[in-house]
Write a protein that binds this ligand. Structure first.
Ligand code: 5GP
Ligand code: ZN
Length: 122
């Protein structure tokens, strides 16, 4: 199967550096949801080399600055789904940068703990 992130339309890239690029998620969970993706086809975060990881996280910070300026959210969730069991559907590493807005859900307590919905609120 062809990899969608290896074949992304260059015009959709919003920011990039030597090893990584960022695009808006086509099915955003919130306004400004971005994906930070290595240029190399790496399946899993834990398979990435140190230089790639460094460039991925640098780009996450730059995307955050950009999202602050454009969308002015009050918070963020940052997440990586590693493996099918953890919910990964596109098998090319990507970091989700998800802007959060006061009142976007009734009680945001627990944030990323919501990967197991019943355990989000503790
Ligand atoms: P995963 O579940 O693998 O962590 O996340 C895959 C993400 O890729 C989902 O949030 C989904 O909305 C997004 N996505 C799926 N297809 C495309 C696409 O063609 N372009 C972009 N930009 N995002 C995509
Ligand atoms: Zn790929």
């Amino acid at each position: 199967m062809t990899c969608i992130f290896c074949n992304i339309d260059k015009e959709r890239i919003i920011l990039e550096n030597e090893d990584a690029f960022a695009v808006y998620d086509v099915f955003p969970v919130s306004k400004g949801h971005m994906l930070v993706i290595p240029k190399k086809h790496i399946k899993n975060y834990f398979d990435a080399d140190e230089q790639t990881k460094t460039h991925l996280w640098k780009l996450v910070d730059e995307c955050k600055e950009m999202a602050d300026n454009i969308f002015a959210p009050q918070g963020y969730n940052i997440g990586i789904n590693c493996g099918e069991a953890a919910g990964q559907t596109v098998m090319h590493l990507h970091i989700h940068l998800i802007p959060r807005y006061k009142g976007d859900i009734e009680n945001p307590r627990g944030g990323v703990r919501g990967v197991i919905p019943d355990k989000r609120i503790y």
